[in-house]
Design a protein around this ligand. Structure first.
Ligand code: BGC
Length: 257
């Protein structure tokens, strides 16, 4: 297949829905083979695979809970077995749980940090080990959030995970640069995905959010996917250790009435 990512293979975690699904389809439309990862929604993963095949690329579906080390290894092993290597890793899988700080349970903490941070950490480690052994370069794109930087009251576990992702990317850019592996984060703002379902169904809350967004609307998963495809491509060869905010101006917005 022709395209910017022709001949490449990408793992996209959490690609059965939302931003991950869009990224998987976009990378495929630029020529990459895709490892579609899901935890809870096999039907979503199958839909992603079908769309990938429609654009003429190849996909395999792997059930992996990234918070489990053995599962992360499985994702990398499957990529190498089925496609002969793996060049691009998109750490997209993420969850959030709302709770006042004083109500957060150990189970909430473990669930959110387990998927958002531990999952990205050890999957990246498994991905890098294979590349290092094979002396091959690679691209890592983490989907973090504007909340790697900006407060999000009642989401302290989520913010802790995303803030850590920010430093992880910077640290790994330094350690992995000599291996020819780049690491960058994308920090989406409010994007229309399942993670935001309760917000989309709550008009007063949604209106309050939209007032904070200079562009006056939520983002689309496809818009995040376009940025991910760029960062995964050779065009981004000299970019590493950075976070790219895509939020309609949310983060920089401040005005007095
Ligand atoms: C969160 C959304 C939130 C958005 C903007 C995202 O990271 O997942 O729930 O609406 O940030 O605050």
């Amino acid at each position: 297949m022709a395209g910017r990512l022709a001949g490449k293979t990408a793992i996209v975690t959490g690609s059965s829905s939302g931003i991950g699904q869009s990224i998987a389809i976009r990378l495929a439309s630029e020529g990459a083979n895709i490892v579609v990862d899901y935890r809870n929604h096999p039907e979503g993963a199958d839909a992603t695979k079908q769309q990938i095949e429609t654009v003429g690329a190849k996909a395999i579906v792997v059930h992996a809970d990234v918070s489990k080390l053995a599962d992360t290894q499985q994702l990398v092993d499957q990529a190498w077995q089925q496609f002969g290597g793996c060049d691009i890793l998109v750490n997209n899988a993420g969850i959030e749980r709302a709770a006042d700080f004083w109500e957060v349970t150990e189970a909430d903490y473990d669930a959110v940090l387990g998927i958002n941070l531990k999952g990205a950490f050890f999957l990246t480690q498994a991905f890098v080990r294979r590349l290092r052994d094979a002396k091959r370069p690679g691209r890592i794109v983490n989907i973090s959030s504007v909340h790697e930087d900006m407060a999000f009251p009642h989401f302290s576990t989520y913010c802790a995970s995303k803030g850590a992702m920010r430093m992880l990317a910077r640290n790994l850019a330094v350690e992995l640069g000599p291996l020819g592996i780049t690491v960058n984060n994308i920090a989406p703002g409010a994007i229309m995905t399942p993670i935001n379902t309760s917000l989309l169904d709550d008009k007063p809350k949604l209106d309050a959010l939209l007032k904070n967004i200079p562009l006056g609307r939520m983002g689309k998963p496809e818009e995040v996917a376009g940025l991910a495809a760029f960062l995964a491509s050779d065009e981004a060869a000299y970019i590493t250790g950075s976070t790219y905010v895509i939020d309609g101006g949310l983060m920089v917005n401040y005005h007095e009435q």
